[in-house]
Design a protein around this ligand. Structure first.
Ligand SMILES: [Zn+2]
Length: 70
C-alpha cells in the first residue's frame, strides 16, 4: 500500500504477532504441552510466553479447567 513516510514507533509487541496457547496433555509419567499453532510438543516445564519454535505469543493460561468454582 506504500503510504507516506510515517514515523512508526515499534513496540515490543508486533502487530502481526500470532497468538496461540499451550495445550495440555496428561501422560502417565509426565505432562507435556504442545503449541496450538505449530503443534510442536515440549515439556510442560518449558512453558514460555512465546513459542520458541514458531514465535506465537501464548495467551495466559485459562483457569476454567482447574479448580472450577473452588
Ligand atoms: Zn509454536
Amino acid at each position: 500500500m506504500g503510504g507516506g513516510m510515517k514515523n512508526v514507533v515499534y513496540t515490543s509487541e508486533r502487530v502481526d504477532v500470532v497468538h496461540g496457547r499451550w495445550i495440555y496433555h496428561d501422560d502417565d509419567m509426565m505432562p507435556w504441552v504442545s503449541c496450538s499453532v505449530c503443534d510442536v510438543c515440549t515439556d510442560s516445564m518449558n512453558k514460555t510466553p512465546y513459542c520458541p519454535f514458531c514465535g506465537a505469543k501464548m495467551d495466559r493460561e485459562r483457569r476454567d479447567d482447574n479448580g472450577k468454582n473452588a
